[in-house]
Design a protein around this ligand. Structure first.
Ligand code: C2E
Ligand code: CA
Ligand code: CA
Ligand code: CA
Length: 281
C-alpha cells in the first residue's frame, strides 16, 4: 500500500502537462503583448444612486490577441502578476485611463465632475516608484487627483505592512480616492478596515446576485452598506443586472451602482454617446 501511495506522485498527468505548456505559451505571448502594446481599455459606467446619472467610469483592461481575439483579464492578470509584467500593463492602463479622462472632462456633455477608477494589483505596491509614476501621470494629463479612484483588493490591505499603509496615506494626501474592491470576498476584519484611509467599499457582485435570489432576507448587502456608512465611506454595488436590484439598493441607501443594467464595459469611442443618451436611472 505504501509503495502504491508513493507511486502516485510519479504518474505522468497529461492534463497537467498541457496546462504547464499552456501557461508557458501564455507567458511568452504576454511578453510580446507588452512590447507591442496589444492591450485595450474598456470603460464601464458607475452610476450615482442619488442623481441617477453617470458619475464615473471603471477602466477594465482587455488583451487584443492577434489570433485569439479579446482575452479576458481574468485569464491573463494572474499570469501577469506572477511574471511581474503586471507593472508595465497596469501603468499603461492608468496612463490610458487618465488620458481619456482629460479628454472627456473638456467635453460639454460630460457631467461635472467625472471620475475614473483604475484597478491596482497587490504586486504594484512593492514597486518602489509607484507614487512617482502616479504623480507623473496625473501631472502629464492635468487631471484633478480627486477625480482618480484607485481600486485595491482586500489582499493588499490585509497584508497590512507598514509600507502599504504609508503608500495609501500618501495617496490620500494627494486627495486620490481609495476604494476597496471585492469587499466581502476576502478576510478583512472590521478593526483592520478602520485603520486604512478608504473612501469607499465596493460590494462584490456575488453578494448583489444573492440579494436577488433570496428576496426575503437580502443576504449581507444591507450589513455591508451599513458598515460603509458607519465608517464614513461610500458604498458601491457591482454586478447590478436587474431593475429589482437597483430598487433594493436605492432603498438601502447604497451610494453608487455599476453593472450590465446600466451598461457593459464599452470601448472609449462609445463613452460620449453613452453620456449623451443615458437615461436618469
Ligand atoms: P473587478 O475589478 O471586480 O471588475 C468587475 C468585473 O465584473 C469586470 O470583469 C466587469 O466586466 C464585470 N461586470 C461588470 N458588470 C457586471 C454585471 O452586471 N454582471 C456580471 N456578471 N459581471 C459584471 P472584467 O472586465 O472581466 O475584469 C475582471 C477582473 O480583472 C476585474 O474584476 C479586476 O480584478 C481585473 N482587472 C481588470 N482590469 C484590470 C487592470 O487594469 N489592472 C488590474 N490589476 N486588474 C484588472
Ligand atoms: Ca474593480
Ligand atoms: Ca468584483
Ligand atoms: Ca475582482
Amino acid at each position: 500500500a505504501k509503495a502504491q501511495g508513493r507511486a502516485k506522485y510519479h504518474v505522468f498527468d497529461p492534463a497537467m502537462h498541457q496546462e504547464a505548456i499552456h501557461l508557458l505559451e501564455l507567458e511568452n505571448d504576454l511578453r510580446r503583448a507588452v512590447e507591442r502594446q496589444e492591450f485595450l481599455v474598456y470603460y464601464q459606467p458607475i452610476v450615482s444612486l442619488t442623481t441617477g446619472r453617470i458619475s464615473g467610469f471603471e477602466a477594465l483592461v482587455r488583451w487584443q490577441h492577434p489570433t485569439r481575439g479579446l482575452v479576458s483579464p481574468i485569464e491573463f492578470i494572474p499570469v501577469a502578476e506572477e511574471t511581474g509584467l503586471i507593472s508595465a500593463i497596469n501603468t499603461w492602463v492608468l496612463q490610458s485611463a487618465c488620458h481619456q479622462l482629460s479628454i472627456w472632462q473638456h467635453h460639454p456633455i460630460t457631467p461635472e465632475p467625472l471620475s475614473i477608477s483604475v484597478n491596482l494589483s497587490a504586486r504594484l505596491f512593492s514597486q518602489p516608484n509607484l507614487l512617482d509614476q502616479i504623480d507623473r501621470i496625473i501631472n502629464e494629463n492635468k487631471i484633478n487627483p480627486e477625480h482618480l479612484q484607485l481600486e485595491i483588493t482586500e489582499s493588499v490591505i490585509m497584508e497590512n505592512t507598514n509600507a502599504i499603509k504609508i503608500i495609501l496615506e500618501q495617496l490620500k494626501q494627494r486627495k486620490i480616492k481609495l476604494v476597496m474592491d471585492d469587499f466581502g470576498t476576502g478576510y478583512s476584519s472590521l478593526s483592520y478596515l478602520h485603520s486604512f484611509p478608504l473612501n469607499a467599499l465596493k460590494i462584490d457582485k456575488s453578494f448583489v446576485k444573492r440579494m436577488q435570489e433570496n428576496e426575503e432576507n437580502m443576504g449581507l448587502v444591507p450589513a455591508m452598506i451599513g458598515i460603509a456608512n458607519s465608517m464614513g465611506m461610500s458604498a458601491i454595488a457591482e454586478g447590478v443586472e436587474t431593475q429589482e436590484q437597483l430598487t433594493q439598493l436605492r432603498n438601502l441607501n447604497c451610494d453608487f451602482a455599476q453593472g450590465y443594467l446600466f451598461s457593459k464595459p464599452i470601448k472609449e469611442q462609445l463613452v460620449m454617446e453613452l453620456l449623451a443618451t443615458a437615461p436618469q436611472w
